[in-house]
Design a protein around this ligand. Structure first.
Ligand SMILES: Nc1ncnc2c1ncn2[C@@H]1O[C@H](COP(=O)(O)OP(=O)(O)OP(=O)(O)O)[C@@H](O)[C@H]1O
Length: 543
């Protein structure tokens, strides 16, 4: 407890640079100057029914990465991370670490033990990890629950491997997509006339709008590295030589090299990758839900330097052109969502996987252009399922969302990046992860001090605003903690352990009771959407 408090006071003092943006000003004006428009849900969130007894704690899973060949041969294997049993791990400070030196002065302990919902040793396969962590969440999601899964760990600890994996050894995201489509096979809603809207609403599209959606999907699926080629050609050879320094002061090129697009990437290689990937075969029985049809939509966003970008948006071809920045907005229930983020209807896991790969390639190219490494971004892949009663009124549809977030490396970049863009970047990563830490700490504090609750600073970063719903009863959250066993990263890894120890104590509040409302028709402002019908699906019973 004292340790975790010290950790938070310590990281509070790191060099962070909060960015004031136009959006922030608008936001403040909206919230503070116009009390009529103030989002009271924020105030209620801290008093939401936490007093209702709920024992469901946030699941926190630990995965230990095996040593790479190079690490195993070097001096990295010093028994720093020892798995004790299914739930417990011991962290032993190596002699060169700050932690070890601090314990000589009585400031710290050389060994710490941490418990988790489940600990996965280095021998765990991708399949075993998925079955024990995500499968149940995918089932909850298909049955209508909003779920968030996010990874936390230092750079190179295995976050992306765990979430995305590779075509031969898929991570939890492609496996989740496979399970979803294996389960709803033959039960899909025909057409694209029902589309998710805002956080979890649905709009009914006109035939013309449906056609527009179809063309948008076609265009997006055709996005490929021919555009990347143009970009790379424009940049010349310099682009592929760029490397970034990582937190340990070494060149990041080894981490980033495999993340940069090759000049030979093409639509053909993408098709081959999709066709040859190894698929997950599990299916969940959805017949218990009754006569339901399912419509699946996906989106892919990046938060970099506290700015949100659409990874399914083609990159501007001109060398100095900026990517469009997306804003956060609240729906009428106060649920934050990314305004203008493309949502694409998918009819198979392969289509969704293709979009995931296109988004990753976009990210890599953007990173190369902007001279930053993809591990400096938070990447959020959203899957939304609209569940429509088969023969009933489509107005009885409900939406649920599964959000998978690959967070930026949690090490303190400010230690090594002290100038210009790197400093701004480091500050922003620290700000969002620090805010996430503060939110989790205060969630836990409020649950233990109901008489003097504190306001949770969800609004202090884009990331925590997006996570807010899941932490406040409108969904479930699970955290995957990735650690490497390397002696050189021990101090940072210990901070990751301490962070997760706090997260594990957070109880997920029960879903707030929502009033039943009459389905309503609403005309949107935009003439393009003039015929859209929007209703509140979560307020109407499904069956
Ligand atoms: N469980 C594992 N088994 C085998 N290899 C792994 C495992 N976890 C990670 N790796 C390998 O370790 C390397 C680093 O993993 P990865 O890129 O997923 O780290 P990361 O935490 O996402 O890093 P960054 O924050 O820089 O994106 C990769 O080469 C990956 O293939």
């Amino acid at each position: 407890m004292a340790d975790s408090r010290r950790y938070f006071s310590e990281i509070m003092n790191t060099n962070t640079i909060p960015m004031e943006t136009e959006e922030d000003d608008e936001e403040k004006a909206r919230i503070y100057k116009d009390p009529m428009k103030r989002n009271l849900l924020d105030d209620f969130d801290k008093t939401m029914p936490l007093d209702v007894v709920s024992d469901e704690r946030m699941s926190v899973f630990l995965r230990v990465r095996p040593f790479s060949g190079q690490e195993a041969e070097g001096d990295e294997n010093q028994g720093c991370v020892v798995v004790q049993n299914n739930n417990m791990v011991k962290a032993n400070a190596p002699k060169d670490s700050h932690t070890y030196k601090a314990q000589l002065y009585g400031l710290n302990k050389a060994s710490h033990t941490f418990t988790f919902s489940k600990v996965f040793p280095e021998s765990t396969t991708q399949k075993e990890f998925f079955d024990s962590t995500m499968l149940k969440l995918v089932q909850d999601f298909i049955e209508g629950q909003n779920c968030l899964v996010f990874t936390y760990g230092v750079t190179n600890s295995g976050k992306t491997y765990t979430i995305q994996g590779n075509p031969r050894n898929a991570g939890v995201l492609p496996r989740g997509l496979d399970v979803l489509f294996n389960s709803i096979n033959g039960k899909q809603w025909p057409g694209m006339d029902l589309k998710p809207h805002m956080f979890c609403d649905v709009v009914k599209l006109s035939p013309e709008q449906e056609e527009t959606e179809r063309k948008l999907k076609e265009r997006t699926l055709k996005l490929n590295s021919s555009e990347d080629h143009d970009v790379m050609t424009l940049l010349g050879d310099d682009a592929s030589d760029q490397s970034v320094m990582n937190a340990t002061g070494h060149s990041d090129s080894s981490t980033c090299a495999d993340k940069k697009p090759g000049l030979h990437d093409s639509q053909e290689s993408l098709i081959a990758e999709v066709e040859n990937r190894v698929r997950e075969e599990t299916a969940i029985d959805v017949t218990v839900q009754g006569q339901i049809r399912f419509s699946v939509w996906v989106s892919f966003a990046e938060i970099y330097n506290e700015q949100i970008f659409d990874l399914l948006e083609p990159l501007p071809k001109k060398k100095n052109a900026k990517r469009p920045v997306l804003k956060l907005s609240d729906d009428r229930r106060g649920s934050p969502y990314i305004k203008g983020l493309k949502e694409i209807n998918v009819t198979s896991a392969d289509e969704a996987y293709k979009l995931l790969t296109i988004g990753q390639r976009n990210l890599k190219t953007a990173c190369t252009r902007l001279n930053h490494c993809s591990s400096r971004s938070h990447c959020i892949f959203n899957i939304k399922v609209i569940r429509v009663p088969d023969k009933g009124n489509p107005r009885m549809a409900r939406v649920s969302m599964l959000s998978l977030c690959d967070l930026a490396g949690s090490e303190r970049h400010s230690k090594t990046h002290t100038t210009g863009d790197r400093l701004k970047e480091a500050g922003n990563i620290n700000t969002s992860l620090l805010t996430l830490g503060r939110c989790i700490e205060l969630l836990r504090y409020n649950q233990q001090h109901k008489e003097k609750e504190k306001i949770i600073p969800f609004r202090d970063s884009r990331l925590t605003r997006l996570f807010q719903n899941f932490f406040c009863g409108r969904g479930k959250a699970a955290m995957i903690v990735n650690v490497s066993q390397c002696a050189s990263m021990f101090d940072e890894t210990l901070n990751v352990f301490k962070f997760s120890a706090i997260a594990k104590q957070v109880v997920m509040p029960p879903k707030p009771v929502e009033k039943l409302a009459e389905p309503r028709q609403r005309k949107t402002k935009s003439s393009a959407r003039a015929s859209s019908i929007c209703w509140d699906p979560s307020a109407t019973p499904c069956e």
